[in-house]
Design a binder for this molecule. Structure first.
Ligand SMILES: O=P(O)(O)OC[C@H]1O[C@H](OP(=O)(O)OP(=O)(O)O)[C@H](O)[C@@H]1O
Ligand SMILES: Nc1ncnc2[nH]cnc12
Length: 252
């Protein structure tokens, strides 16, 4: 069985076009500590998705040919990405048989890897005129707020139904089996605002595409979607159409 299965749902490429714009006002986080990583066994099924601040695509020879971990073979790749990849744990058969669950909680235990993750996003999005970081429940709530603080944007939660207390706008979307709904508070984002959408992982792309639709319905401009992990075999990028996607790690 392949190692990459989704937990649920059943999704050009890359996307990472350069982000145009703006007045440089980005904040940077402090220098990372030098404490060694935690003792989790490194995952061997990850490859860095992009070079920081650069774009990858399906035709990117680097992403086609990358093989695991040998610093000499990094060929310019940011070593922070390898470290981040090594902290992500894969749990087979969770939450049900056949699913290889990509567990980012072990990344959070390694404060340097966590900080490097945030830094990589902050380096990319600082000074791009982004006023909103929209985080998708639940794991987008972990990565989104520190990025928002560092780039000087507001954080807006995109939640599952009936969690937000005020008036909401909703977007139904399809999953591998059935449908789900995403909600956002009315007035949290205004027409014309430049938004970064953050989640931990893209699988089929159903969740991110719902977030994009919701934000575009109110006239916001989604500058880019960003995730720590992509499961490329599930073709989530295709579901995003031409909306840019930036990911740190592709799991093969
Ligand atoms: O690309 P997709 O196929 O839409 O899947 C990706 C989504 O699945 C996971 O969330 P999940 O639905 O498990 O919710 P949770 O974070 O609240 O557990 C993940 O955190 C993404 O939000
Ligand atoms: N394999 C997976 N691991 C973690 N989160 C997911 N969301 C969808 N598929 C997933």
């Amino acid at each position: 069985m392949k190692g990459l299965q989704i937990m649920r749902r059943s999704g050009p490429l890359c996307l990472n076009s350069k982000i145009s714009a703006p007045p440089p006002t980005g904040h940077r986080l402090a220098t990372p500590s030098t404490k060694p990583p935690t003792a989790y066994a490194p995952s061997r099924n990850y490859r860095p998705a992009v070079r920081p601040l650069q774009c990858s695509s399906k035709t990117d020879s680097h992403s086609q040919s990358w093989q695991a971990p040998d610093m000499a073979a990094l060929d310019g790749q940011d070593p922070r990405i390898l470290r981040i990849a090594s902290t992500i744990r894969v749990i087979p058969d969770f939450p049900k048989p056949g699913i290889m669950f990509q567990d980012i909680t072990t990344l959070l235990l390694d404060h340097k890897a966590f900080k490097d993750t945030i830094d990589l996003f902050v380096e990319r999005y600082s000074g791009k005129g982004i006023s909103v970081v929209a985080g998708i429940e639940a794991r987008g709530f972990i990565f989104g707020p520190p990025i928002a603080l560092a780039i000087g944007a507001k954080f807006v939660p995109m939640r599952k139904p009936k969690k937000l207390p005020g008036p909401v706008i909703s977007e139904e979307y399809s999953l591998e089996y059935g449908t789900d709904v995403m909600e956002m508070h009315v007035g949290a984002v205004e027409a014309g605002e430049r938004v970064l959408v953050i989640d931990d992982l893209i699988a089929t792309g159903g969740t991110l595409s719902a977030a994009i639709k919701l934000l575009e319905r109110i006239g916001a401009h989604v500058v880019e979607c960003a995730c720590v992990i992509e499961l490329p075999e599930l073709k989530g990028k295709e579901r995003l159409g031409d909306k840019p996607l930036f990911v740190l790690i592709s799991s093969n």
